[in-house]
Structures are given as C-alpha cells and as structure tokens.
Design a protein around this ligand. Structure first.
Ligand code: CP
Ligand code: NVA
Length: 299
C-alpha cells in the first residue's frame, strides 16, 4: 500500500482535516498515558532553523511512546550531495515517517515520491501545511467551524499565504489577500481556488468585517538580504489596532511566529485580547500528533 503523505494541505480532504481537528482537540484534553506509536521513529530533516516545528514533532513522538531523530544537511550526506532520491529510499527503510523542512518544495516532493513511509512537509518555500492545520484547530476551538467565514491575509503572498489558499478550498472559507504588487501568491494557486479568493492591494478592504486576521514576517527564512527592500514595500501592511478595528468585533488574530513586533504586526495587536498566538503555537503539538496517528495508521 502506498503511504499517505502530507506534502500540501490538498493531500487531505476537508472531511479528513475536520477529523484531524476533532482528534487534536481530544488529544489536547487527554490526561492519561496514550502510546500508539510505541517504538516508532520519526526522522526529521531540517535545512532551515526551527523552534516550534522541531520541538512539537519531537515532543509529540515522545508522548506517543516513540522517538524522533534530528538530521541536518550539515552533518549528514545530504549536505555532501547524496541524491535526495537515494536519501529517501534509505531513510524510509529505517524510520516510520519522515518530516522535512526544506529550502525548495521540490525536495519534499522528491522525498515523497521515493519514500516507503509517510512524508510530512514541515515548511518549504511554497507551503507550511502543519502550521495551517494548527491554525485551523485554533479557529475551530475558539469559534467553531470555519466554513462560510472570511479570513484576511495581510502581507507577503508566501508559504503561509499559499497554504491558506489551499485551506480555503478544503474547509470552504473565503480568503481576502492584501499584499503589495510583486509579492502576490502564485497566480495558478489563486486561479485554482476560484472565487473563494479575493486579491487586493488594500489591507483595509481585505479586513473589512472578517472573522480572522492573519499575517507573517515580511522576509521569510532565506530572504534576509531583502529585508530593507521588503520593509519599504510592506510599510502600509502592518496589522495594527486601526486595521483590526474594521474586522468583525469578535475577529481573532493569528501569526505562525516568530514575529517582528512593529513590522508586520503592532505589539498592541499581537499581545492584545484578539490574539490567539499562544494557543496557535501550542496546537502545533496536538494537531501534529493527530496527523502522525492518522498517517501511520494509513501507512
Ligand atoms: N511557526 C513555525 O513553523 O515555527 P518554527 O520556525 O519555530 O518551527
Ligand atoms: N514564512 C515564514 C514562516 C516561518 C515559520 C518563513 O518561511 O520563514
């Protein structure tokens, strides 16, 4: 049987995502020992830095009775040019699932194509599905189902934004995206999502009456050299109290973290009453435990 992967949000149906969210909420409340992955091993390859992704996967595997191995290109043969295909074949004969955080999304795809075990995207240049799974759990937990609601994405049309485009389709919500010219998400993704997506240059237009406001850093990992250029391009795209004021009165604010207060979001908003960023970060653990349980059961 071919293993199930989670390379993009589209690898799960809307029904499966809802099932995972329900399960993640159950796991979050579970206080008794539960070790469905006893002796199972997750291999984790990180080409970029991480706090949340690494710790949540590692802690999740330990809590489930298994373990996780941290691998970086710096001290494996991956960094010395061993083909990704070969690495996938070899690793997948030794571990039960593989999570990757890669510079190029193609690397995760190649891994999945050659792996005998489930492959999970822990962030690539194009997508960050684990984070959006946790975001969705957070929304459902605070406000109920997101179907029929409207989300505003303010800022860069980056890996997080592109995953929200997928989630809008799978979970049936509307997504207004406000980003400066030159920083749009991939056109093909926007077109595939059809009329669920509204693209604008105006943060206030995107945020009017919405149920959830989301943003992310202006310069993602690997774009550090563009920081000052981007700071200029995004100057009018800060999520501040004035912008939050045009959203629905009970709108939530989310940010995948790490955040730059005073850039993409004001301290007043991210540390304010509408912000659910700490639940959102914690839910990485619970959502990914539900995901691991699901993927390994289908492997
Ligand atoms: N949000 C997120 O993925 O955080 P890390 O980069 O710390 O893993
Ligand atoms: N867009 C950010 C997300 C970090 C979790 C990045 O890719 O660096």
């Amino acid at each position: 049987m071919n293993p199930r992967h989670f390379v993009t949000f589209m690898d799960l149906s809307g029904e499966e995502v809802r099932g995972l969210i329900r399960r993640a909420v159950e796991l979050k409340r579970l206080k008794t020992l539960y070790e469905p992955l006893k002796n199972k091993v997750l291999g984790m390859i990180f080409e970029k830095s991480s706090t949340r992704t690494r710790v949540s996967f590692e802690a999740g595997m330990i809590q489930f009775g298994g373990g996780a191995i941290f691998l970086s290109p710096r001290d494996t043969q991956l960094g010395r040019g061993e083909p990704v295909e070969d690495s996938a074949r070899v690793l997948s004969r030794m571990v039960d699932a593989i999570m990757l955080r890669t510079i190029s999304h193609r690397t995760v795809e190649i891994f999945a194509e050659h792996s005998r075990v489930p492959v999970i995207n822990g962030l690539s240049d194009r997508f960050h599905p684990c984070q959006v799974l946790a975001d969705m759990q957070t929304y459902f937990d605070h406000r109920g189902d997101i179907a029929g609601k409207t989300v505003a994405w303010v800022g860069d049309g980056n890996n997080m934004c592109q995953t929200y485009i997928h989630a809008a389709q799978q979970l049936d919500f509307k997504l207004n995206i406000a980003c400066p010219e030159g920083y749009d998400p991939e056109q093909e993704l926007v077109e595939q999502a059809g009329d669920r997506i509204k693209l604008t240059r105006e943060p206030f237009e995107a945020t009017e009456g919405v149920d959830l406001v989301v943003t992310d850093v202006w310069a993602s990992m690997g774009q550090e050299e563009e920081q000052s250029l981007r700071a200029k391009a995004f100057a009018n795209y800060q999520v501040d109290a004035k912008l939050m004021a045009v959203a629905a009165p009970d709108a939530l604010f989310m940010h995948c973290l790490p955040a730059h207060r005073g850039e993409e979001v004001s301290a007043e908003v991210i540390d304010g009453p509408q912000s659910v960023i700490w639940d959102e970060a914690e839910n990485r653990l619970h959502a990914q435990k539900a995901l691991l349980e699901f993927l390994l059961a289908h492997a």
